[in-house]
Design a protein around this ligand. Structure first.
Ligand code: FES
Ligand SMILES: [Fe+2]
Length: 390
């Protein structure tokens, strides 16, 4: 592990974020607009974390390979002939060419570097290197692809490139118990939208964790869920969040409150009347509905730009039902997402103003406080701290 190095911002400004809830101020603007702080976060937050890079269905078949971006170091996800999935750094062992381009996916029996055609098996072993056949001192076994730490959890794929993140079950902690009954591993994406948001990744997480803005921004959401309902949970692991209730008569989050089928199997009756809004540090937002699971997977693209992949996951039996159309969920949330992105982008612009000053948090922004406190403590410690430590 690297020696801790503080984030490049004024520690006195950060201290104000660490004051007790009710007296704290938001993080300083530099946390959102400084390229240097963003570079620090990429190294200390994203490389040292379990970063979600997608779903097992993104590489479903033996021979499927795909480039993914958990941070500055790109990886290749590869499913071998017997179905085992691995992650490798996306770097050729010859002279460092990338094996796959950004966002590229393929189906092939081997991974061939485009530069000089070194060829790797799907298990990362070097199979051939043109021109070395007669070199007795050259051993392909000396040059396998470098593996990256990977975990699959309920169908989501996580990569930790530094190998310094905690043991995965400890990392998710009590989130496992909240998610398990939804059986996300058996759900499939029936709808997907990709957004490019002109805002720092943290603004998207912070916005997700409060409904203080819902009465102002989300009339459609307030029709089906009281904006001041629910509460946040005490986290034990690298997650935060809580629940909100559905209004009487609403079955789920949709424009009419109607769903498109029964609730997910295995949920207790309480879960039929609420939606859980949870985030797993640093980049996965999980919204667990009675009848579907929605995720936002954030990929920072720069200090003031983020891409967000939003997926709506349903059980196969719902998808196969006659008349099934996921748009009751995806169209609803697309409206809400766009309302949120416009707010995040406005805050990003506000952060750049000379007139910006950190502000206080309302009593309904306790999860935002938890998140900012963790970020602030990490800036000062020079490493990503856990919620328990913060
Ligand atoms: S850099 Fe990949 S084959 Fe040369
Ligand atoms: Fe919102």
């Amino acid at each position: 592990m690297d020696t801790p190095s503080r984030a490049p911002l004024d520690p006195h400004e950060v201290e104000r974020t660490l004051a007790p809830f009710g007296r704290s101020l938001t993080l300083p603007a530099s946390a959102y607009i400084s390229p240097e702080v963003f570079a620090w976060e990429r190294r200390h937050f994203f490389e040292d974390a379990w970063v979600c890079v997608g779903r097992h269905q993104d590489v479903p078949l033996p021979g499927d390979v795909r480039a993914a971006n958990p941070g500055p170091s790109s990886v290749v996800l590869a499913r071998d002939e017997v179905g085992e999935l691995r992650a490798f750094f996306n770097v050729c062992r010859h002279r460092g060419h990338e094996l796959l381009s950004e966002g590229e996916s393929a189906h092939a029996p081997a991974i061939v570097c485009r530069y000089h055609s070194w060829t790797y098996g799907l298990n990362g072993s070097l199979k051939g290197a043109p021109g070395f056949r007669d070199d007795a001192s050259f051993d392909c076994g000396d040059f396998p692809l470098i593996p990256a730490r990977m975990e699959e959890w309920h169908g989501w794929l996580f990569v930790n490139v530094s190998a310094d993140a905690p043991y995965f079950p400890d990392y998710v902690g009590g989130l496992e118990g909240l998610v398990r009954n939804y059986e996300p591993e058996r759900l499939v994406a029936a709808a997907r939208r990709n957004y490019l948001v002109e805002a720092n990744w943290k603004l998207i997480v912070e916005n997700y964790h409060e409904c203080y803005h819902c009465s102002s921004l989300h009339p459609e959401l307030c029709e089906v869920s009281p904006p001041n309902s629910g509460s946040n949970l005490e986290p034990d692991g690298s997650w935060i969040g809580g629940s909100m209730d559905l209004r009487d008569g609403a079955q789920t989050m949709s424009l009419t409150g109607a769903g498109c089928g029964p609730p997910l199997r295995g949920l207790d009756p309480g879960a039929h009347r609420r939606v859980l809004y949870l985030s797993l540090w640093p980049n996965l937002l999980l919204s667990l509905h009675p009848d579907y699971v929605m995720t936002h997977r954030i990929e920072p693209r720069g200090h003031e730009r983020s891409s967000v992949e939003c997926e709506w996951l349903f059980p196969q039996e719902a998808i196969e039902r006659e008349g099934f159309d996921p748009s009751y969920a995806s169209d609803f949330w697309d409206i809400v997402n766009e309302q949120d992105w416009r707010a995040c982008e406005s805050v990003q612009r506000g952060m750049s103003s000379r007139g910006h000053r950190p502000g206080p948090l309302s009593p309904r922004e306790d999860a935002v406080y938890r998140f900012m406190r963790l970020v602030g403590r990490s800036y000062l410690e020079g490493r990503a701290v856990s919620h328990e430590e913060s």
